[in-house]
Design a protein around this ligand. Structure first.
Ligand SMILES: *Cc1c(COP(=O)(O)O)cnc(C)c1O
Length: 857
């Protein structure tokens, strides 16, 4: 008979083990190795079985064992000491507390997914894991973040393979009661209820789970509550499932419900209301509208409220793939916002914020990225190259400006070292330098011998081989129930063979099957009698993406050939748990996306932190970090070749590198050790680890975005939002006056016919400011190298000043206001310049943001 319902009854913790409750209750155990070691002592076998998840461990450990531990003074003492250490970690001043000057007391971070631990599967890939790492580093650095997401009943799917290699999806239910989550409650014990008005007059209710991620509180909204009708209970059923309206409801809940949850959480805990709101990718963008609604309620106009919200908002865009950007039918948006959902905010105002240009005057789709930019004064991409690509991609939002002017910066992603570095490597560091922080030591200084380093890498490889064999076995059993596991399954992979890893989601642009381009050549590499390679592959395809599933099937088919199956394996159900064994166990991490579609990529970073060398297309982070000695770059084919030709050329470079550079170096031994290889490993560990750390990323977010945003928001809000009101009125005035602004003519002087380096260019520009005054604008000389077509490159600008006595600046025919300036010609070669006028206001982060410009003709 089958049970209709199952739950785990947890044993009662003896009083003397109360510290364990505290330790499990804060997710810091995910990255605190001493705490994990303590958990493992509770029941070593069960710990492995529970996949090193203490909540699962506690559900299985016996009352007798707990009583035994309670009587063990040594254990109790260690548990108490770790609890004290956690208390200290949560309260002591850290990096952020040492910063001089004003810092925001609270920063809100919104993301549709969070990858914090395999035990809380609320992520699908890189975006979620990045969000998890962001919270962990924020915690370590003392950055006062409060994070918001959704609690998905089944998170992302788990993957298995049918006998013919077709991806099968299962959606295991995540039981929040079994996790270190608690319901946010009012003082009288009733759960906090976040309510959103729906178009049909119903309301969408949700409760709020709180998780502690070190010092950071994570609020997760969950609609599976009795107050909701059955269809509304399903709003948070799963991550990235369902149709357009389902997705919209999720995003409304995340953004609008998220801010409402924060308000309640602040009221209940006395925490400061956030000064800065960070939208991690467009999905949470509606949060800005909820804040506008509040400010309109406090007496501001829509435009004034928009200025306050923009000042304190940060928007991070994560994808250069147009299909990766969230878009909605404007009619659907209109329906959801023509309700009581957001008092004081009209549907038309919402639509204007996210409207794509539909061409010929028609309405385009409602685009969450466009709204993201319009609702945030500060925006960034996630690697230098992605910043460039984003400036090109979104250029039309700021017409009339050059790509380099577009106000989108970049902060390159990072990964959380304590989560992603193998404990074995941390032990090596501890032994050699007395610290487990592998990012803070110089791996080249000789403190660790080649022999020790090589022995450690072999151990990591052997652990991967062991784990891979277990997965292959489990897959075989699931496909052949009742059969006897054949011998080859136990012989998959070899702990002494050069090991290449490739694991990630399987959208087409990541080219899972590029390695199969020339199967014969790959086979020869795998089966080389002296210098073989072996490849471990993993990845999930989006459930609706049959193209991706076909790629997986094609790869699985190749791996099932008896001739190669011990040298190449596909491991089903890639997740954080698998990733933690996979990255350290590889020697080379392969990444071959179609450049420039990989915004950053983080798996190669995790590999690098574990002494694995990267072999990648020069895309995302690798484009800025490859230095010729820390791995290999696969050259990108010229832009004008066909897609087929491009694959052929890039695959061929990949084989070439493996055959002639990578394998020979790996197998070049001296006393059994590949000295030259290890030189690269040491160089990569020493130089990349600190740069790839999420700590570096967080410091940049604080310095370049969070602090300036909080300063801007405070300025705009002081004295009853005086500056916000002035700014909104100023913008209106500038927009209506702008058609009359123009440059009448430009005079230059002081130069010979063919000027020499060092000569001065003197300029006068006659500017008609219409109704505006010199305070409202900036007049700039824009100069650089002038190409034959007249395009300026390597552009710089120089502000020109209004000349005394000129003016009046008003009225036609006066010749306008005269601006002047001079520039020393510093370089020989082609030189070109022009003059432009842009609006300028001290409360606007960039002169470009209004998209208004007048250029000399
Ligand atoms: C790091 C990681 C990713 C992201 O990898 P990319 O190379 O950025 O695509 C996806 N899934 C898991 C489980 C990861 O650990």
């Amino acid at each position: 008979m089958k049970a209709i319902r199952r739950f785990a009854v947890r044993p009662a913790l003896p009083e003397r083990l109360a510290a364990l409750e505290t330790l499990v209750g804060n997710l810091r155990w995910v990255w605190h190795e001493p705490t994990r070691e303590l958990f493992s002592e509770i029941a070593p076998g069960a710990w492995e079985h529970a996949q090193r998840d203490p909540t699962a461990l506690f559900a299985s450990v016996s009352q007798e064992r707990l009583d035994e531990l309670a009587a063990d003074d040594g254990f109790v003492h260690r548990a108490n000491a770790l609890r004290d250490d956690l208390e200290r970690y949560l309260t002591e001043p850290r990096w952020y507390q040492s910063l001089e000057g004003e810092t925001p007391d609270s920063i809100a971070y919104f993301s549709p997914e969070y990858g914090i631990t395999a035990a809380l599967p609320q992520y699908s890939g890189g975006l979620g894991i990045l969000a998890g790492d962001h919270l962990k580093s924020a915690s370590d650095l003392g950055v006062p973040l409060v994070a918001v997401g959704l609690f998905y009943r089944s998170g992302y799917f788990s993957q298995s393979l049918s006998a013919d290699g077709w991806q099968q999806e299962r959606y295991p239910i995540v039981d929040p009661d079994g996790l270190p989550l608690s319901v946010l409650r009012h003082l009288d014990g009733t759960p906090v209820d976040v309510v959103l008005a729906m178009p049909d007059g119903r309301s969408l209710n949700s409760r709020v789970w709180t998780a502690r991620v070190g010092r950071v509180t994570l609020l997760l909204l969950d609609t599976d509550v009795p107050e909701n009708d059955a269809d509304l209970c399903q709003v948070t059923d799963r991550l990235y499932g369902g149709g357009e309206e389902h997705r919209l409801r999720q995003e409304l809940l995340l953004g609008i419900g998220g801010v409402r949850a924060i308000k309640q959480w602040c009221d209940l805990t006395g925490a400061a209301f956030p000064a800065v709101f960070h939208t991690n990718e467009g999905h949470a963008g509606f949060l800005g509208l909820e804040r506008i609604s509040d400010l309109v309620g406090a007496g501001l106009g829509f435009g004034e409220a928009l200025e306050v919200v923009r000042g304190g908002a940060v928007f991070t865009t994560h994808t250069p793939v147009p299909a990766g950007i969230d878009r909605f039918d404007p009619a659907l948006i209109r329906r959801y916002f023509s309700t009581d959902l957001l008092p004081g905010v009209e549907a038309d105002e919402v639509l204007t914020l996210g409207q794509e240009e539909g061409g010929d005057g028609s309405l385009g789709a409602f685009n969450m990225a466009i709204m993201g930019f319009r609702l945030a004064q500060r925006a960034n991409g996630v690697s230098r190259l992605h910043g460039e690509v984003s400036r090109r991609m979104f250029r039309s939002l700021w017409p009339g400006f050059d790509e380099t002017d577009i106000p989108i910066g970049s902060i390159t992603n990072g990964v959380h070292p304590a989560t992603w570095t193998s404990p074995h490597l941390a032990e090596v560091a501890e032994h050699a330098w007395g610290t487990r922080d592998t990012t803070a030591v110089d791996w080249r200084d000789g403190a660790v011998s080649d022999e020790t380093l090589w022995e450690t890498k072999r151990r990591l490889r052997a652990e991967l081989v062991h784990a891979a064999r277990r997965r292959v076995e489990a897959t075989w059993i699931s496909q052949n129930p009742g059969g006897v596991v054949p011998e080859w399954v136990g012989q998959v992979l070899d702990p002494d063979v050069l090991t290449i890893g490739f694991a990630r989601r399987v959208p087409t642009y990541k080219r899972l099957t590029l390695m199969l381009h020339d199967e014969e050549r790959l086979r020869a590499l795998l089966l080389d009698p002296e210098r073989p390679i072996q490849i471990v592959v993993a990845g999930k395809s989006h459930p609706a993406d049959d193209e991706g599933k076909r790629l997986i099937q094609q790869l699985v088919e190749f791996t099932s050939d008896p001739a190669v199956r011990s040298r190449i394996v596909f491991l089903p159900d890639y997740d954080m748990g698998m990733a933690k064994t996979l990255f350290p166990g590889t020697d080379v991490w392969l990444n071959n996306p179609l450049r420039p579609l990989e915004a950053c990529g983080t798996s190669g970073m995790k590999a690098a932190l574990n002494g694995s060398l990267n072999l990648s297309i020069l895309d995302g982070w690798w484009n800025e970090f490859y230095d010729g000695a820390n791995g290999w770059a696969i050259p990108t084919a010229a832009a004008n070749v066909s897609p087929e030709e491009r694959d052929r050329i890039e695959a061929s470079s990949l084989y070439e590198l493996l055959e002639h550079h990578i394998a020979p170096r790996f197998y070049d031994r001296d006393g059994g050790v590949p000295r030259q290889w290890l030189t690269s490993v040491r160089h990569s560990l020493a130089t990349l680890s600190p740069a790839l750390s999420a700590d570096r990323m967080l410091r940049e977010y604080v310095g370049a975005l969070y602090r300036p945003a909080s300063v801007a928001a405070a300025r705009l809000s002081e004295s009853g939002y005086r500056r916000a009101r002035e700014l909104a009125a100023w913008k209106q005035r500038v927009v209506s006056s702008w058609p009359r602004v123009g440059i009448t003519h430009v005079e230059s002087g002081g130069l010979d016919v063919t000027p020499q380096v060092g000569e001065m260019l003197r300029l006068r520009a006659y500017v008609d400011l219409g109704d505006l005054t010199p305070e409202d604008v900036r007049v700039e000389l824009v100069y650089g190298s002038g190409s034959a077509e007249g395009e300026l490159t390597e552009v710089s600008t120089l502000s020109l000043a209004p000349l005394a006595g000129s003016g009046p600046g008003r009225g036609a025919g006066s010749g306008g206001t005269v601006y002047g300036g001079e520039l020393r010609l510093e370089r020989s070669g082609n030189f070109g310049y022009t003059v432009r006028v842009v609006p300028h206001h001290p409360d606007v982060a960039s002169d470009v943001e209004m998209g208004l410009v007048a250029v000399a003709q």
